[in-house]
Design a protein. Structure first.
Length: 439
């Protein structure tokens, strides 16, 4: 009952160099807030990034009434509310619960699920994974065991195109052309083939097996387990068979080196309707932009928004003849609607003044030096933690006491660093050169 719901607890930012696993999981949520320099922070899990227009309205109103007025999109397709006051707890929790954004208090931090955002829209992929998404979320919230997962454990539901598979989740379901699914766990060199209809249950079994394997080790994610991931996969196969789910070894598809976010613009497919794809500069979306999106979803689309793990949004269900005008309205609101926007591929952590660890206001620096789009994405970080940075190949710009370090990153490989003083001219030139030129 809402009356019995406890207000969010606010925990201070962690300091020092101790292992985070030694301190316990302090990942923020809706009922467990994080104290940052700009106020408390709430992280709202949105499985698969799927929101109704009504839920989106609630988030926007809570951000305006309780926080800094902006919604901050994350690299897992979730939303953060920042600048929250110390007395916001009851209203925040009630608003989330009443809108359906908090279906289970015990599971609110473990509903970390990314899903192919264009699944079922553009005719690509091997299946529409939306039924998987609903089922995995329901199974998670119904499992007492799953409540023990950390706020960092990640599920990925990939429709076969490889976009969210590239994000390196702990448990990944990949749709197959034969109607089955491939279950991948962590970075294991093996995988199992399972019936597509049983894939959500298999994902839960894999997560619960991880928790038993991690008992006493302090591991938050599969990659934290000592040794390789093969013993865990063997145990998962045993449990699958015990649950009556047929499984067999299968070749592990090569994990893409980098993820493939939807291109901004109009998304066409085999249906009579189309979708709009838009990016959000630096992942910060203001009230005017949010209203433009929710209004488009409600009045021109099917009433749904999909947040992507690349800090963008998809609005499905528009009539073809009205899509171009609707897309222009999103562009007029300041969203990224085409590949030639200078903000395409540019990301940044929160930086100063929101983060005490940050050495610079990296978002202001990024805005001051933004230039032509490049062949590589760029991510600005205020310190060496590089929170929220992308995977694959990208340009890493990190604040240092003497300016910025600029280098390219490809997986675990680091290019030769270039130290550049703060300030637009030199920094802009270095970042533009590192990113390369489109075309």
């Amino acid at each position: 009952m809402l009356a019995a719901m406890p207000p969010p607890a606010i925990f201070p930012a962690r300091t020092g160099d101790a292992s985070p696993r030694a301190r316990g999981d302090a990942c923020p949520g809706t009922l467990r807030l994080h104290r940052a320099d700009d106020g408390a922070l709430a992280r709202v899990r949105i499985p698969g990034g799927v929101l109704s227009a009504a839920q989106a309205d609630v988030l926007g109103k809570l951000a305006e009434r309780l926080g800094d007025g902006e919604l901050h999109l994350t690299s897992r397709g979730n939303v953060q509310l920042r600048g929250l006051g110390p007395d916001c707890g009851g209203e925040l929790a009630s608003g989330m619960a009443e809108s359906g954004l908090l279906p289970s208090e015990r599971h609110e931090r473990v509903r970390n699920i990314v899903a192919s955002p264009l699944s079922g829209l553009d005719g690509r992929g091997e299946r529409d994974i939306r039924p998987w998404l609903s089922a995995v979320d329901e199974l998670l919230c119904a499992s007492d065991t799953a409540a023990g997962l950390s706020g960092r454990f990640l599920f990925a539901l990939d429709d076969g195109r490889g976009d969210v598979d590239a994000l390196g989740a702990d448990v990944t379901l990949l749709a197959r052309s034969d109607g089955a699914a491939t279950l991948r766990v962590g970075s294991a060199e093996s995988a199992v083939r399972i019936p597509g209809a049983r894939a959500p249950q298999a994902a839960l079994i894999a997560a619960e097996a991880f928790l038993d394997a991690a008992a006493g080790s302090g591991a938050w994610r599969v990659t934290d387990l000592p040794g390789d991931d093969e013993p865990l996969l063997d145990e998962i196969v045993r449990r699958l068979r015990q649950a009556g789910i047929s499984s067999g070894p299968t070749a592990v598809p090569a994990r893409p080196e980098k993820s493939a976010p939807p291109d901004p613009g109009i998304v066409t497919g085999p249906h009579n309707t189309v979708a709009l794809s838009a990016g959000v500069p630096l992942g910060r979306i203001g009230a005017h932009q949010w209203q433009a999106l929710t209004g488009t979803a409600r009045h021109h689309g099917n009433g749904e928004l999909r947040l992507t793990p690349w800090r963008g949004l998809v609005v499905p269900g528009l009539e073809r003849g009205r899509a171009a005008a609707a897309l222009d309205r999103l562009g007029a609101a300041g969203l990224i609607i085409g590949p030639h926007s200078p903000w395409t591929g540019v990301g940044a952590c929160i930086g100063r003044p929101g983060c005490a660890r940050s050495l610079a206001d990296v978002r202001a620096e990024a805005a001051a030096t933004v230039g032509p789009p490049g062949t590589l994405p760029v991510y600005w970080s205020g310190c060496e933690r590089r929170c929220g940075h992308p995977r694959g190949e990208w340009v890493d710009v990190v604040a240092t006491p003497d300016g910025y370090r600029v280098r390219t990153v490809r997986g675990e490989e680091r290019g030769s660093p270039l130290t550049v003083p703060a300030g637009p001219p030199a920094l802009a030139a270095a970042v533009t050169a590192a990113r390369g030129t489109v075309g």
